[in-house]
Design a protein around this ligand. Sequence first.
Ligand SMILES: Cc1cc2nc3c(=O)[nH]c(=O)nc-3n(C[C@H](O)[C@H](O)[C@H](O)COP(=O)(O)OP(=O)(O)OC[C@H]3O[C@@H](n4cnc5c(N)ncnc54)[C@H](O)[C@@H]3O)c2cc1C
Length: 323
Amino acid sequence: MAGPVRKSPMAVESAQKPSRFVGALGHDRIRVSFEFFPPKTAEMEKTLWEAIARLEPLAPAFVSVTYGAGGSTRERTHATVKRILTGTKLVPAAHLTCVGATRAEVDAVVKSYWDIGVRHIVALRGDPPEGVGERYQPHSGGYDYSYDLVAGIKRSGDFEISVAAFPEKHPESKSIEQDLDVLEKKVAAGASRAITQFFFENDLYFRFLERVRARGIKVPVVPGILPVQNFKQAKNFAERAGATVPAWLADRFAGLDDDAVTRKLIAAAVAAEQVFDLVDRGVTEFHFYTMNRADLVYAVCHLLGLRPAQTTAKAPAKEVASR
Ligand SMILES: Cc1cc2nc3c(=O)[nH]c(=O)nc-3n(C[C@H](O)[C@H](O)[C@H](O)COP(=O)(O)OP(=O)(O)OC[C@H]3O[C@@H](n4cnc5c(N)ncnc54)[C@H](O)[C@@H]3O)c2cc1C
C-alpha cells in the first residue's frame, strides 16, 4: 500500500509563496483597486455604470475617479464619487490636482468630500492645462506640487492619501533620484500609498521598487496595470506619460486593426501574463486603469482568483445576446 504522499521541501516552500499556481490566491491574498474617469456624455455615463456594476462584486479595496482641470470636469468627478458612495458598496477615492485653482478652492473641494463621507484622496499635481509636454506653471495662490497638496489635505482631515510614482521617471524630472526626492516628500507629508504610472516591462517596476526601498521609503508601491483595450490609444498615452512601449507588445497587436475579437483575446493574454509575472515575483496588490471598461479587468481578476463576493456574476448583456 502506498504511504501518504510527502511534499518535498521545495513544494512546501512554493505552496507558501504567492504564485499563479497557488490555489489560495484570491480575496485573502490579492488586493485590487480600479480606476475610472468621469463620463462626459450620457452614453459614456451608461458605459461607466455598466463597468462599475460588473466589477463591484469583485470587492476591490477601493475605486478611484480621475480629476481634470476646469469646472465641469471637477463637478463630474464629484458627482461620480458621490454616486459611488451612495449607490454602491464600493469605497471611492477621489483624485484631486493642484492645477488651475487657489488653495482655498482646492480646500473647499476637500471639505466637500469630507462632508459627504469620502476618506481617501489620490493627490496629484496634475498636468498643465495646455497639455502634457507644456511647461507647468503653479497657480499663483494654489498648491505648487503634489506634496504641498498632500500636506494641505492632511490639514483638512485625516484622509488616506495615495500619490503617483513613475517607474520610468516622470517626464519632467531630471533623474529617478529627483523623482525619489519628490516621492519621499509626498510620504513625509502624509501619503500612505504610491500608485505607479502604467508600464509594460515588469523589470522596470522592480528596478524602481529596489531604489524606493533603498531610500528607506516603506509605503506600498502598487503597480498600475493598463489592459490594452486599444493599442494605438495605449501607445499614445504611453508617449505622453513617458512609458516605454516594447517592440514585442507592438508585435502582438500587429495586423489586428480590423479584428476586434482577436485583439481582445490578445489583450487579456498580455495583461494576464504581466500580472502573473508580478505575482510570481511577490506582488499581491494591483491598481487597474479600467478605461471605464470591465471585460478585460474582470477576466484578469478572475485569473487572479477573485470571485464575486456575494452574488453570481452576471455575464454582460452583449455577450449573452451574441450566444
Ligand atoms: C496613478 C496616477 C493617477 C493620476 N490621476 C490623474 C488625474 O486624476 N488627473 C490628472 O490631471 N492627472 C493625473 N495623473 C497624472 C499626473 O497628474 C501627472 O503625471 C503629473 O505630471 C505629475 O503628477 P505628480 O502628482 O506625480 O506630480 P509631482 O509629484 O508634483 O511632480 C511633478 C513633477 O514636478 C517635479 N517637481 C516636484 N517638485 C518640484 C519643485 N519644487 N520644483 C520643480 N519641479 C518639481 C517632479 O520632479 C516631477 O517631475 C495621474 C498619474 C498617476 C500615476
